[in-house]
Design a protein around this ligand. Sequence first.
Ligand code: 5CA
Length: 440
Amino acid sequence: MRLSRYFMPILKENPKEAEIVSHRLMLRAGMIRQQSQGIYSWLPLGKRVLDKVNAIIRDEQNRAGAIELSMPTLQSAELWQESGRYDAYGKEMLRIKDRQDRPMLYGPTNEEMVTDIFRSSVKSYKDLPLNLYHIQLKFRDEIRPRFGTMRSREFMMKDAYSFDLTREAAEHSYNKMFAAYLRTFDRLGLRAIPMRADTGPIGGKLSHEFIILADTGESEVFCHKDFVDFDIPGERTDFDSVEGLQAIFDKWTSLYAATSEMHDEAAFNAVPEGDRLSARGIEVGHIFYFGTKYSEPMGAKVQGPDGKEHFVHMGSYGIGPTRLVPAIIEASHDDNGIIWPASVAPFDIVVINMKAGDQACDDTCELIYAALTKAGKDVLYDDTDDRAGTKFATADLIGVPVQIIAGPRAVANGEVEVKDRKTGARETMTIEAAINRFVA
Ligand code: 5CA
């Protein structure tokens, strides 16, 4: 991508409305734009990051056996009247009428709709277990939308829904998502700790929130500090192994960890004082097991091996991609801007032409840009005629992991500089060596 032809509206000044660093940096880097309170456009740079986050989420959902579909944002009120949640959900739900005066709503979550899909076609235990997910916009008319896309009214959610014949089978489905979440957040460069959590309007008794520790987090959390160094389940985790997944769940719930709603002061005080971590955190995922809460009122049942009909046991599993992007920035930035983990960086490499219009600099940059693009890298080429200082500041602000800098003096020697955004380390090398480093 040539920066001269891209759309990346950088702000020079710090936006006044942004209270936390991730919101400030997302606005300054031209990643998002507020359209009305708590409703955002994702501009091209932000969209690239969001897509990469979603690709990792999708990969891990699929690995754990979940199946992707797509459900609409607008839902009919009828389904919610069946479950009894239409009135219970209150003012957070945006209610709309269509031209025939039929009550509709912008979905805040999808338990009812997916249960309707399930009951219309699944009739036998032989078709279980089943886990269906989508990545879709949601709307919740939050009282206090704030911190940019961290807590917005329209936001994206990956929401998965599992269906099983028995409670035991449903617990295995829960454990699959539990392990998949540990892997997902790890691949996003984050350390997320599962904590016992309240279930709120979704319901049920078994629930964990996945929390990233951050001073700017909205939740108050309490946990054993050893969680910070626990091992993440490997790529070869067998998601069909009941015992294997139970062992992962048991290990990750063996020490104290709870959100403030579930906090048990006495149990926490039983943790040796030096091991207690009381901090603030960002909830990036939330999983629930709620048994037959929706299947009973909505009549979602299957025939069991005993020939009788059974209401299915369900769980739901959410991750907030549009919250994860600012959460990653909260965890990874410095005074100059964002530092993206390579897995979600909008571009792998930025090539900086310090003197656009200078034949040697132009030729060198074109050569590098073409070679790296051909090798499948996402390359941003700063070919604009901005001053070098402005280009460096922009490259640091947008947080691309590697900068290849071509200035007239180095290029005259057949060399460029390679800078690591995270460490700031710079290395001068031949043009060929620079290309080979990232092609190999
Ligand atoms: N049906 C369940 C799971 S699918 C559910 O709705 N769970 S939730 O309410 O906990 O939301 C799931 C995730 O969505 C949260 O962990 C959070 O990451 C994200 N989320 C929720 N509300 C917002 C919001 N207002 N802005 C941004 N992300 C949000």
